[in-house]
Design a protein around this ligand. Structure first.
Ligand code: FUL
Length: 523
């Protein structure tokens, strides 16, 4: 039988075709690129390296990374018992910070340059800094504000008022809660606490899970329902970053404040960390299927050699947590052991300057205030950093590159806008950027940033200065990532070049800077 098409059916068919094409295009455009990629047995090393360069941060990971410097506040009954880990048997009556002023915490931390504060809403002792409905072990049974106070409320309000983000540390290990060790019952209790925090205090930008899993009563062992915790957080606040024992952000691996010289944000993920990935991939965000198993503490996490053995690769950036004092909690005996401004600056270069985020702990004291010594050190740190980074000598320098792409010309590396970037031509695996300053300058610090929305690519680079007859190397490094800061003795030059000698894909630079620190010693 011959089919007959009327004009009306032709128009209808045409409209349908246009709809299908447009729909396909729109869907493709709105799909965000993945923050993970699977590796198959057929992938060669070259394929794996190419894939690694295609992994990019999720939107929540990107805005987390852009904060750069954030604060941790360890505060609970330990502050009053002079301990680091409470037993869970402390009387709530101990907690009475009569001068507590969350606005003072926020002011001190904001003036230091922090963009977010994370509070220990519950540490291992189980005492809650908010009046949880699910336990009596909380501030509601303390004398503070006649049992009507709520530290989580006061701090989250103060953060919002000052434009800082607010996050919570909620210890899964709970030495007070009687259900701990009875896995299903405790998991339900823990989810109830998470639900309270995620529904009653406005946006929670980060949930910080420590992996500690101590023994429950009678030696019972608690099995945490990580997947259930992640699901609940994603359901209630999809923008929240789940850190450490979480799929969005990893612990750098030490509490010293010093990150790795070579820090890859793209790291291998192993089979046992992926729950039914293959059959569930389409329906569940990757981050729920990725359940990290333990800390990543090795020196080398993401080199080519390491990528080879992966089941998948994930964008899993590093967070450096360190305390301004020897302890995480306040102890008056440590009032004279507060890190100096110079030490804090050294930590800043070794964390923010090494492709990590700095989470600096400032423990409030028994009054409920940040101690004067801590705030003085923070002010000193801020002053040094401001004096260093106020003038970028390479801003709008005459810049040329061995190759560049349309709309990503070399000048975008020196425009002081990290959302624009220089990119070499597509196939390049090395490139050189040359900067000619307006006049000869003395500098001792350099800044490099990659456009990580396009992946982390640079593996090795050199910085050289023209001394009138030769190019002289004054600094070199491996990874760049979101931010790399370099310190070196004073260099005086007008012409400088950045040689990217090894890259996983066409290198990009979103910002390049040259600065002069007032500190002559290599702080
Ligand atoms: C650890 C805890 O045991 C410490 O007390 C502190 O809270 C630190 C940040 O995490 O795992």
């Amino acid at each position: 039988m011959k089919l007959k098409f009327t004009n009306a059916t032709r128009v209808l068919a045409f409209c349908l075709l246009v709809f299908v094409i447009l729909n396909g295009l729109i869907c493709r455009r709105t799909e965000s690129p993945p923050n993970f990629i699977l590796i198959g047995p057929e992938d060669s090393l070259e394929d794996v390296v190419r894939k690694a360069a295609q992994v990019v941060p999720s939107p929540r990971q990107l805005s987390w990374q852009e904060m750069e410097f954030t604060g941790f506040l360890h505060f609970t009954v330990n502050t009053f018992t002079d301990r680091e880990w409470g037993t869970g048997k402390e009387e709530p009556a101990l907690f009475n910070p009569v001068e507590l002023d969350a606005r003072q915490w926020v002011k001190v931390c904001k003036d230091a340059g922090m963009k977010q504060l994370i509070l220990t809403a519950k540490h291992h002792d189980g005492f809650c800094l908010w009046p949880s409905r699910y336990t009596e072990h909380s501030i509601k049974n303390s004398p503070w504000r006649d049992g009507k106070g709520d530290v989580v409320r006061e701090l989250s309000d103060a953060c919002r008022e000052a434009g800082l983000k607010f996050g919570v540390y909620l210890s899964p290990w709970d030495r007070h809660e009687p259900t701990y060790g009875n896995s299903p019952a405790y998991n339900a209790f823990f989810k109830n606490q998470l639900r309270e925090l995620l529904t009653e205090y406005g946006p929670i930008s980060e949930v910080w899970f420590d992996g500690a899993c101590g023994e429950g009563p009678d030696g019972r062992r608690q099995v945490y329902d990580w997947e259930g915790y992640y699901r609940l957080i994603r359901l209630l606040q999809p923008q929240t970053v789940i850190a450490i024992m979480g799929p969005d952000v990893r612990w750098v691996g030490t509490e010293t404040g010093y990150g790795r010289e070579t820090e890859w944000s793209v790291v291998p993920v192993f089979e046992q960390e992926l729950k039914n990935l293959a059959d569930d991939l389409v329906h569940h965000p990757f981050s729920i299927r990725f359940i990290p198993q333990g800390d990543r503490v090795e020196a080398d996490l993401g080199s080519r050699e390491k990528l080879k053995s992966a089941t998948a690769l994930a964008w899993y950036p590093s967070e450096v947590d360190v305390s301004i004092r020897p302890g995480w909690f306040y102890h008056s005996s440590q009032d004279n052991q507060v890190k100096t401004p110079e030490k804090l600056v050294d930590i800043y270069y070794s964390s923010v300057g090494r492709n990590s985020l700095l989470l600096l702990n400032i423990p409030p004291d028994r009054r409920g205030l940040i101690h004067e010594n801590d705030s003085k050190s923070l002010q000193g740190m801020r002053a040094i950093l401001e004096a260093t980074f106020q003038t970028n000598f390479s801003h709008l320098a005459k810049t040329t590159a061995t190759s560049e792409q349309r709309n990503h010309e070399a000048v975008y590396a020196v425009d002081q806008d990290k959302d624009t970037y220089w990119s070499s031509e597509d196939r390049a695996k090395s490139a050189t950027l040359e900067f000619e300053l307006k006049q000869e300058q003395a500098f001792n610090r350099a800044l490099l940033q990659e456009y990580i929305q396009g992946g982390q690519r640079v593996e090795e680079f050199l910085l050289q200065a023209w001394n009138g007859s030769n190019w002289v190397t004054f600094a070199k490094g491996t990874t760049v990532g979101y931010k790399r800061l370099l310190r070196f003795p004073l260099v005086t030059a007008k012409k400088i070049r950045l040689i990217i000698s090894k890259s996983r894909a066409a290198p990009t630079i979103s910002e390049f800077g040259l600065f002069k620190s007032p500190l002559i010693v290599s702080e």
